[in-house]
Structures are given as structure tokens and as C-alpha cells.
Design a protein around this ligand. Structure first.
Ligand SMILES: Nc1ncnc2c1ncn2[C@@H]1O[C@H](COP(=O)(O)OP(=O)(O)OP(=O)(O)O)[C@@H](O)[C@H]1O
Length: 480
């Protein structure tokens, strides 16, 4: 191994001089360090302009191969990167694919060239996460019905580049994913990943928690790739990664990249007890009033994609109404949070299958004085939709339900202003007298009307009294 040093003085693991796949005339000096692949064109022009430094943090995979041309002894080395790059047409950055493909033809023996290329590929892969077996569930109906096309155009290639073996499962009907999760042989899978809207992940999580071995099952890492119209969790993960807002296609590439990096984090779940339905689990949001109505009524504008929520908001604003009910919550105090340092020690974990809805309220709960609302929205992740950052302070496993409610009496203009501000997560700074924000551990809602809409993670659930409580870090999510 050639132990040269590059300019930044980080030790070079491998050094070679190759041509690139499409041009055999120009040679490149290629150095691999523990953190970078440095490619320098060998010409007489000044060094700076000819040097490309690619961080292995942006690399998803690397492979060595030979072409089907027996007359050519060369082997090839391809490495796949997704660095943040400035956009061509608009300001800001997004992850963009860069393939570096080198031709190794230093020897006459094709096998020796391939061995050399494989040595490089192994050295790059040593710096990347180990391979894992994925079940990738795709809902062909989600969003504008494009999820399968997104798999074919982006995800299949990314997973192949990262060398991640995956089994593609195309869901055939509602509850298909839920049934599969109840039956799945957990020893066969390292992760369950969905390419769809949030609704399919909801099925996956609830299916896993319906198993007799739910405590083990829910620890299986889950992943989400945006293929729906809301894509709230995908947008939240992208936001937590520190990246700036991106278009839907860029969000898919960003989440695909994070999936290939396979870093797993804990994610809060919230158990929800309804009056007569079985207890269910939620990972994103619980909504009643304006937001729930918009979510469901806007289903008919599904063909416009993410814009369906904007259209739905404008339509519902025109017929703004008051929702009557009783709301109570258990505040999240600082000392509770300190005790909750380790997600695995959460005392609620063992209680999440017990039905404790509608018992008398304990004394440490707060009952909201008002009973006239325009909306109630409980969030556990930052985004309510790709372009709605409803809970900017939320993190994946903060053990907090971010509870918002808007009291009746707000004008249409003020409500619209709130939603416009929410696009940038600025609604709390809008000084709206009618908006209240509380950090809570549990909440109880008792609507006074017999009919209405309550949504959990965007799905309609039984209307009536409910109680929700957070289980800190109960599930695990691939976040990059
Ligand atoms: N093959 C299928 N045909 C019809 N419905 C399906 C199928 N597969 C899954 N479903 C159901 O479709 C519903 C919506 O799915 P999903 O959330 O993935 O898409 P979406 O509603 O477009 O996205 P979002 O939740 O982001 O708005 C879920 O309730 C799911 O159970």
C-alpha cells in the first residue's frame, strides 16, 4: 500500500493513477484517506482547479467490476456520492448524485486489475455502514399514485449503489402492510422501510405493536421515503438532519441518502385510547377541528400533491366553524424530562397496552378553561406536511407532545396568517392571542358533538372522547 500524505496531512490509505470511464487520455491521481476520496487531474495547469475532494460521509457505496469485453483487460471502480450542492436554477443546496468511475488498466491480466479495483472498493466500503436486509413496502396508490415510479427512478438505483439487498412489497389494499407486520419473521429483516405517505408507516407501526412479541418487534428499525402527498415524517427527518427545505424530489433523494447511511435513532410513539375501538399508536399527530377537517376534506384534491393542504385550508377558511369540547393535559415538567434520560427506562413502556382512558383526571392534570375551539393539534415531530413546520421545537425522542390549540374568536385573516407563518415554523412568533402552545405528556379530549372528524397521523379514527400519552423513544427510525 502506498503510504503518501495529502495536502491536509490526513494519512492516505490508498493511492493510484487511473483514467476515468469515458476518457482514456487524461490520467487522474486518486487518493483514499479515512474520510475522503481525492481526485486530481494530472495536467500542467494549477492544482486547485483540477482537484475534487469527496467526503466519504456523502458516499453511499462503491463497487468493482469488469465490462463484458474480453479484449479489454481493464477493471472499473465506481463510487457513488450524494453531496450537498448548490442548485443550478434556484438558491440553496440539495443532495445531488455524483458518480466517480475509474478505469484500472495498469496490468495485462484482467484478474489482477479486478483484484486491484476490488481492493479499492473494499477500502471505501470499510468506511461505510454494514449491509442490511430491507423489506421495502410501496403503496402504489399513495400521493398522486407515483410511488412505484419513484422507486424505479430513484430508490432502486440508490439501494443498489449502497449494496443494500431489499425485497420489494407492493401493497395491494388497505391494511395489507399491517397484516404483513403481524406475521413477519423478524429474524429475516434488519429494517422495514416504506415508500409512500405517512399512512403506510402508521399501518406498519400498529401491525408490529399488535404482535405478541411487540416489545421486540417495535425495536426493528423503520425507514420512510416520501411517496405520498403529506410526507410529514420524511420532512421532519430531513429537517432534523440540519438541511434546508427542498422540493419533493429533492426530499426523496435526501431521505434515500439518509436511509443508505443507516443511522438509527429512537422515536417517540403516542398511544391513543378511544372510547370503543382498540388502542392504537401514533408517531406524528393527533388533530381535531380545523386541521382534521382540512386533512380529510382535501383528499379530493389529491391529484395536486402536497398543494392539496393549501387548497383545503382556503376552502375550509371560507366556512370557518367552532368546535366544542373539553380539553385537559398533563404538563411535561422539567424534572419529568430529567428522569426520562434513557428511553428504555421509560416507565410508560410497560403500560402502553393497558387501557387507562377516561378514568377520573388525576390532580396534576390541567383542564383548559375554554370549551370553544377552532382547532386542537398535538404534534410529536416537527412537520405536519412537507411545507408545514407545526412544531419547530420538536425532536424525534424528546418525550413531549407539542399541544397547540386555537380558541374560538380568531378571525379568518389571523388564522390564514398563522398557517402561512407555519410554512417556516414562525407561527409561535406571530403573537396570536388565540393560539396556545403547551408541552405535555398526555392529553384528554372530550368533544361535545356526536359527529365530527378526529385524525391520527392523518387517518380518520373513531369520533368521541380519547386519551393520548407519549412513550418516549419506543420505536426506532433510520435517520441518517
Ligand atoms: N394498494 C393499495 N390500494 C389502496 N389503498 C392502499 C393500498 N396500499 C395502502 N393503502 C392505504 O392507503 C392509505 C393512504 O396511504 P399513504 O399514507 O401511504 O398515502 P397518502 O395518503 O397519499 O399520503 P399522505 O399520508 O402523505 O397524505 C393508507 O390508509 C393505506 O392503508
Amino acid at each position: 500500500m502506498d503510504q503518501r500524505r495529502d495536502e491536509a496531512d490526513s494519512p492516505t490509505c490508498l493511492y493510484g493513477e487511473f483514467t476515468v470511464a469515458g476518457n482514456r487520455k487524461v490520467r487522474y491521481a486518486v487518493s483514499l484517506t479515512e474520510s475522503e476520496l481525492i481526485v486530481q487531474r494530472l495536467t500542467s495547469t494549477p492544482v486547485g482547479r483540477n482537484k475534487v475532494v469527496l467526503s466519504l460521509e456523502d458516499c453511499v457505496g462503491c463497487r468493482a467490476y469488469r465490462q463484458h469485453d474480453n479484449a479489454d483487460p481493464a477493471a472499473y471502480l465506481a463510487a457513488y456520492f450524494y453531496p450537498l450542492r448548490r442548485r443550478w436554477v434556484s438558491s440553496g443546496v440539495s443532495r445531488q448524485r455524483v458518480e466517480q468511475c475509474f478505469r484500472l488498466a495498469g496490468l495485462q491480466d484482467p484478474r489482477a486489475n479486478l483484484e486491484e479495483a476490488e481492493k479499492w472498493a473494499r477500502a471505501v466500503r470499510d468506511e461505510l455502514p454494514r449491509s442490511c436486509r430491507l423489506m421495502l413496502l410501496v403503496n402504489p396508490q399513495s400521493g398522486k399514485g407515483q410511488a412505484l415510479a419513484l422507486y424505479n427512478s430513484h430508490i432502486q438505483r440508490m439501494l443498489n449503489e449502497a449494496g443494500i439487498p431489499h425485497t420489494l412489497v407492493i401493497t395491494e389494499r388497505q391494511n395489507h402492510a399491517r397484516e404483513l407486520m403481524r406475521e413477519a419473521d423478524l429474524s429475516q429483516w434488519d429494517a422495514f422501510v416504506i415508500l409512500s405517505g405517512d399512512g403506510l408507516l402508521w399501518e406498519v407501526i400498529n401491525g408490529l405493536l399488535e404482535r405478541p412479541d411487540w416489545e421486540k418487534a417495535i425495536r426493528t428499525p423503520l425507514g420512510i421515503l416520501p411517496g405520498g402527498s403529506g410526507n410529514a415524517l420524511a420532512a421532519s427527518i430531513h429537517h432534523y438532519s440540519g438541511a434546508s427545505p427542498v422540493s419533493s424530489e429533492e426530499l426523496l433523494v435526501s431521505c434515500g441518502f439518509l436511509l443508505c447511511k443507516r443511522l438509527v435513532s429512537h422515536m417517540d410513539l403516542v398511544s391513543i385510547h378511544l372510547s370503543s375501538s382498540p388502542r392504537l399508536f401514533s408517531f406524528l399527530s393527533l388533530a381535531w377541528g380545523f386541521v382534521a377537517d382540512v386533512d380529510i376534506e382535501s383528499e379530493k384534491y389529491r391529484h395536486v400533491g402536497a398543494a392539496r393542504f393549501t387548497v383545503g385550508t382556503l376552502v375550509r377558511l371560507a366556512s370557518l366553524r367552532v368546535y366544542k369540547g373539553r380539553l385537559a393535559y398533563l404538563p411535561a415538567t422539567e424534572d419529568y424530562r430529567a428522569k426520562e434520560d434513557s428511553p428504555r427506562e421509560n416507565p410508560f413502556h410497560n403500560s402502553c397496552h393497558s387501557n387507562n382512558s377516561l378514568k377520573p383526571l388525576p390532580s396534576d392534570w390541567v383542564v383548559v378553561q375554554e370549551e370553544d375551539f377552532v382547532l386542537m393539534l398535538a404534534m410529536y415531530q416537527s412537520h405536519l406536511a412537507e411545507d408545514l413546520m407545526a412544531a419547530p421545537g420538536a425532536t424525534m425522542d424528546d418525550g413531549i407532545i407539542h399541544l397547540f390549540y386555537v380558541r374560538a374568536g380568531i378571525s379568518r385573516a389571523a388564522l390564514l396568517k398563522l398557517f402561512l407563518a407555519m410554512e417556516k415554523g414562525a407561527h409561535l412568533a406571530a403573537n396570536c392571542q388565540h393560539l396556545v402552545y403547551k408541552k405535555v405528556r398526555a392529553l384528554r379530549l372530550e368533544p361535545h358533538s356526536a359527529k365530527g372528524i378526529i385524525t391520527v397521523d392523518g387517518e380518520v379514527v373513531e369520533y368521541g372522547p380519547l386519551q393520548a400519552q407519549v412513550h418516549r423513544g419506543l420505536s426506532r427510525l433510520i435517520t441518517g
